[in-house]
Ligand binder design. Structure first.
Ligand SMILES: [Zn+2]
Length: 323
């Protein structure tokens, strides 16, 4: 039977299979190259873009142990058929569908979004009996504005800062979010100055068919008239001066988020599904059983049960509600 537990990653005890294990394993499936989904495994299965991103971030020794599979290709692992499907989250991100010899199936989403992005493959949703899904934004207040509105907000933020003689600094994670922001700014007349961890990944996007705009290396002494894109961790290196900071994060929907992030704005562009998308996604998969993982696991599972879906938090912290 295809059962799963959360144990620093998702583990299928009956098959001995790890997915997104956060500690090194003899073999694991890696859904995408964000650091909380990868480890220095002895061998792993992932898409080619994910392995290329891991090569940039973790080095050749790790990446050389990756086995690349195309979306939709069947990889036979013992008795299990494993297939990866585009998750729409970041370049190369994959949902993992596992099928047992008796035809029973399980889908693990990793991180995903339904909205089309500018820097990730569009999602493809397979059907499955059991669904393990992320629930980062699994509460109704997390309903994002449309992509067009968000894209305009980001461009307006930059135009207004520049007009006021300030340097717009957009804080975005190096893999995925930053490239989405760069694609949004590509259509404007901006000089883009970009942190090295982002510039190092841009050729992987070019290689896999997502052409990135020309950028300049970040130079803190010459930022005037540029739009700066950097990961949040690099902000402490910004020298005193006339800058206007925006954090790019879905958490921007929470009131007071700009005080929490200590930025002038938080623009809620996210690479995760919002609440309506999470519900829509479950309808599309049509599972018999759902387990939620990350973020609002208990809340989303309860909402799904109210809609007649047999849904529980994978960590099991809502099972008491049965009694
Ligand atoms: Zn991710």
């Amino acid at each position: 039977m295809l059962t799963a537990v959360e144990r620093g990653g998702v583990y299928l005890p009956n098959c001995g299979l790890w997915m997104d294990a956060r500690r090194a394993k003899p073999f694991a499936v890696v859904s995408h190259a964000h650091s909380d989904h990868t480890a220095r495994h002895q061998s792993f299965l992932a898409t080619a873009p994910t392995i290329d991103c891991m090569r940039v971030r973790m080095g050749d020794a790790v990446a050389d142990r990756g086995v690349a599979v195309d979306y939709g290709e069947v990889y036979q692992h013992g008795a299990l058929r494993i297939q990866l499907f585009p998750a729409g989250h970041v370049l190369g991100s994959a949902m993992v569908r596992i099928e047992a010899p008796n035809g029973e199936s399980l889908l693990y989403t990793g991180d995903f979004k339904m909205r089309a992005g500018l820097a990730a493959e569009p999602i493809e949703i397979p059907q499955a009996d059991t669904l393990i899904m992320e629930s980062t934004f699994g509460r109704p207040e997390f309903t994002f504005p449309s992509s067009e509105v968000l894209q305009q907000q980001i461009r307006d933020f930059c135009v207004q800062a520049l007009a006021a003689g300030e340097v717009p600094v957009l804080l975005a994670y190096s893999l995925g979010k930053a490239q989405e922001v760069l694609k949004i700014l590509q259509s404007g007349d901006f000089t883009l100055m970009v942190h090295k961890t982002i510039r190092a990944l841009n050729p992987v996007f070019d290689k896999h068919g997502i052409s990135m705009p020309t950028t300049r290396p970040l130079d803190f002494l010459n930022m005037q008239d540029c739009v700066v894109v950097m990961p949040p961790a690099a902000r402490k290196k910004i020298p005193r001066g006339r800058q206007r900071l925006a954090m790019i994060s879905g958490w921007g929907l929470q009131p007071n988020s700009k005080y929490r992030y200590r930025t002038d704005a938080v623009l809620p562009l996210s690479d995760h599904a919002d609440y309506p998308e999470l519900l829509q996604f479950v309808d599309a998969v049509g599972p018999k059983k759902v387990f939620t993982l990350h973020g609002s696991t208990v809340e989303l599972a309860a909402a799904l049960r109210r809609r007649g879906v047999d849904a529980w938090s994978l960590s099991g912290n809502d099972q008491l509600e049965l009694f």
